[in-house]
Design a protein. Structure first.
Length: 305
């Protein structure tokens, strides 16, 4: 075979190989595009299914009571905002009182958790004392204990102290570092802060209080924000604790107030209940909207992602 034949055969094979490679790349791109399209369609369908109850509640809050369960779909025949006015004034006192009560309980719980859990986390992460590992293990075990296990002895204790039918049974436990999840979260965060900062502060004459307040606390902003957001959501939506300890309607929180719209005698005000449910969701939505950055950063930097 001559040199010209080899060159000619090689030159004819190269375009064929290039065309085959181009076809393979085209098939791969089509498969990738189809796979991405299928994933997006699946995620959109799942998102619609998950958000459908929320959309239905919002639409139902704009319908008259006799149309809420009679008309299908998510589009009301007429937008009726009277449910918001009627729902706000349907109970005695007005719904604003229940919002204020929830705000008082939430703020007290947030302050209690931030102070007590941060101090307990500093002790576990930085101090050396006897039975430290044992106490830390016991603290972690309490995460698995549901509230219903301890609610009876707690109620008896608060009843003997004369605190039932006040906000203190809902706030006081938060001031005693009873939420082990937040202690564990802050311990993991503090362990990620170099100890060299503590040692440098001690050389300058700082004690534990100054190290905790002036060095660690400013660096713990993501963990503190995460604790505040979770505490806000959990306490704002707490129905069981408020049901156990609060008997005076003047002290009811939002979950208990929403329950008052329902009647076992068939005269339930669903329109007002849905309208006030939408109102009660606004603070939770705003908390996640403005705290999302700190929430993600706080969880990602504590070794829990």
């Amino acid at each position: 075979m001559t040199t010209e034949t080899l060159v000619t055969s090689g030159s004819t094979r190269r375009p064929a190989a290039v065309r085959a490679d181009a076809r393979r790349r085209s098939v791969y791109r089509r498969r990738t595009a189809l796979g991405a399209l299928a994933r997006h369609v699946f995620l959109i369908v799942v998102s619609v299914l998950l958000i459908y109850p929320l959309l239905w509640m919002i639409v139902s809050s704009l319908r008259p009571n006799d149309e809420i369960f009679r008309l299908p779909g998510l589009w009301p025949v007429s937008f009726d905002t009277s449910n918001y006015i009627d729902g706000w004034n349907a109970l005695s006192p007005s719904f604003g009182t229940y919002l204020v009560n929830s705000v008082i309980v939430v703020l007290g719980s947030i302050i209690g958790n931030l102070v007590s859990c941060a101090m307990a986390a500093y002790a576990f992460a930085r101090l050396d004392f006897r039975f430290k590992r044992t106490m830390f293990a016991i603290m972690l075990v309490t995460i698995m204990l549901p509230m219903h296990v301890v609610i009876v002895p707690q109620y008896i204790m608060f009843s003997q102290m004369g605190l039932v039918n006040t906000f203190w049974p809902l706030i006081l436990p938060k001031m005693l570092a009873t939420d082990s999840f937040f202690i564990f979260l802050m311990v993991q965060f503090i362990r990620g802060i170099p100890r060299e900062l503590d040692e440098a502060a001690r050389i300058d004459g700082a004690g534990h209080a100054r190290i905790f307040l002036q060095i660690l606390i400013p660096m713990m902003t993501p963990a503190l924000a995460t604790t505040a957001i979770f505490t806000f959501v959990w306490v704002w939506n707490d129905f069981f604790g408020a049901l156990i300890y609060l008997n005076n309607p003047q002290l009811f929180t939002v979950p208990l107030a929403l329950r008052q719209f329902l009647s076992s005698q068939g005269s339930s005000n669903f329109g007002g209940m849905f309208a006030m449910s939408v109102v009660s969701l606004v603070p939770v939505f705003l908390a996640f909207l403005f705290g999302q950055r700190f929430l993600i950063k706080g969880i990602a930097t504590t070794g829990m992602k």
